[in-house]
Design a protein around this ligand. Structure first.
Ligand SMILES: C[C@](O)(C(=O)O)[C@H](CC(=O)O)C(=O)O
Length: 429
């Protein structure tokens, strides 16, 4: 006689139901009965067939009722678990999986809520890539895309944490921060691509438009630039018609390649896009300064004909020219470049919308703010021997708070979930 049932796991009353159940030929149901009382997970149906236990016949009277009650309880539990699973799946579906696979810590600073996605004018159930999102925003008649200029991981993280729709990687800021040099065509493809790749992959669900200057050479190099930007996860790039010894578009004396060479740059970019995957090509012309409005528009039209998706009339000096260009180039979307202290008026988002622009970049946003703050801090150190708060009210920022901008909490969670113990103490409040 083999009794393989772990009776020690059962209470007296459960043991009774279980024995009766077996004798009544309900072996298959017995686990359910006991499971209904939350202890049956220890049992296996196979074990039940071997049970031979004396029966207390008087208990048989209430047996049927108890069985049905237990079954009803079990069914209710099943049902509740089922509902909970559906609910969990539904809640999860509100957070679209727009993150590119392969990133270890994607979307570390925030997760999209359905509302956020809707304010971006996108389908909340979508699994769009960054470039698809940028295209969707460009195609949405109600959408204006305002892109804060960032130049490194920290400034990008700050903007991401604020929940922006799109980032802009400034070439001027990249050249100054990575090389410590002025925006004079010093940064190479490798410098620009490395910075863009790092920024684009901090949160691959947020599109990044990156400066690609002149494309860094002839058609072959331009094609390579576009391929590398695509592989880096960049959603959009702008290419201009300055000669390779270029300068910031708001400085004097710019020299340009001719329209045929410019058109071939854009063509090379479009051919590379065809081959390597999608990217939004923004055609920039610097012709306004030296050649006038008509030549600039002619160049932008040539670029559209070669496959450009959007136009960027650099160094626009009047609202009239801006309005005219947006109208004449429609339906191709136009970009405004907000450079305070440069040659263009300081159009904000509302004015850009009135003019007819579809998107605006604010390349100087971060470096213009960092500059006086850091200079002041260094001066304080030199004069008073210490650094005072940058903010009114004396607010200081400790390392932990700053690291949290850069994914500290996600790192700790990840480490803990993977069984790491090195950082356990950092979880303590
Ligand atoms: C947009 C730009 O290409 C940049 O590098 O961000 C610059 C901006 C700047 O130098 O401030 C440009 O307009 O040429």
């Amino acid at each position: 006689m083999g009794n393989y049932v772990p009776e020690f796991a059962l209470e007296e009353s459960q043991r009774l139901f279980f024995r009766i159940g077996c004798l009544a030929g309900l072996q298959r149901l017995a686990p359910l009965i006991v499971w209904g009382s939350n202890t049956g997970e220890h049992l296996h149906p196979a074990a039940l067939t071997d049970v031979l236990i004396p029966v207390n016949i008087t208990a048989l009277e209430s047996f049927k009722n108890r069985v049905w009650i237990s079954l009803a309880l079990a069914a209710a539990q099943f049902f509740l678990r089922f509902v909970a699973t559906i609910f969990r799946a539904f809640m999860k579906s509100l957070l679209p999986s727009v993150v590119t696979p392969g990133s270890i810590f994607p979307a570390t600073t925030r997760q999209y809520t359905k509302k956020h996605i809707q304010t971006m004018g996108l389908n909340p159930n979508s699994t769009m890539t960054a470039v698809q999102k940028l295209r969707a925003m460009l195609a949405d008649p109600d959408k204006f895309i305002a892109c804060p200029g960032v130049y490194d991981g920290f400034t990008a993280r700050i903007a991401l944490q604020e929940g922006v729709d799109c980032l802009y990687m400034t070439g001027a800021g990249t050249t100054m921060s990575r090389l410590g040099m002025a925006d004079m065509g010093v940064a190479t493809l490798n410098d620009m691509k490395a910075n863009a790749e790092m920024i684009a992959n901090l949160d691959p669900s947020v599109p990044l438009i990156a400066d690609a200057d002149t494309g860094y050479g002839g058609p072959i190099i331009v094609g390579r630039t576009v391929a590398q930007y695509i592989r880096a996860g960049v959603a959009g790039l702008h290419l201009e018609d300055q000669i390779v010894n270029k300068r910031c578009g708001h400085l004097k004396g710019k020299q340009l390649v001719d329209i045929v060479e410019y058109a071939s740059r854009i063509k090379a970019a479009a051919m590379s896009r065809e081959k390597h995957g999608d990217i939004v090509i923004i055609a920039r012309t610097d012709a306004l300064q030296g050649f006038g409005y008509d030549e600039a528009i002619k160049r932008l039209r040539a670029a559209i004909a070669e496959g450009a998706d959007a136009c960027f009339l650099e160094g626009v000096t009047t609202r009239e020219d801006a309005e005219r260009a947006c109208k004449e180039l429609a339906p191709t979307p136009c970009l405004f470049n907000n450079v305070p202290g440069g040659v263009s008026p300081d159009f904000g988002v509302e004015e850009c919308k009135e003019i007819g622009y579809k998107l605006a970049i604010f390349p100087c946003l971060a470096f213009e703010m960092v500059y006086p703050a850091v200079r002041k801090a260094v001066q304080q150190l030199k004069t008073i021997g210490n650094v005072k708060a940058a903010e009114e009210g004396g607010r200081r920022y400790g390392p932990k708070e700053l690291f949290q901008v850069c994914g500290l909490d996600d790192f700790l969670d990840f480490d803990q979930a993977a069984g790491g113990t090195t950082y356990a103490k950092m979880h303590e409040k």
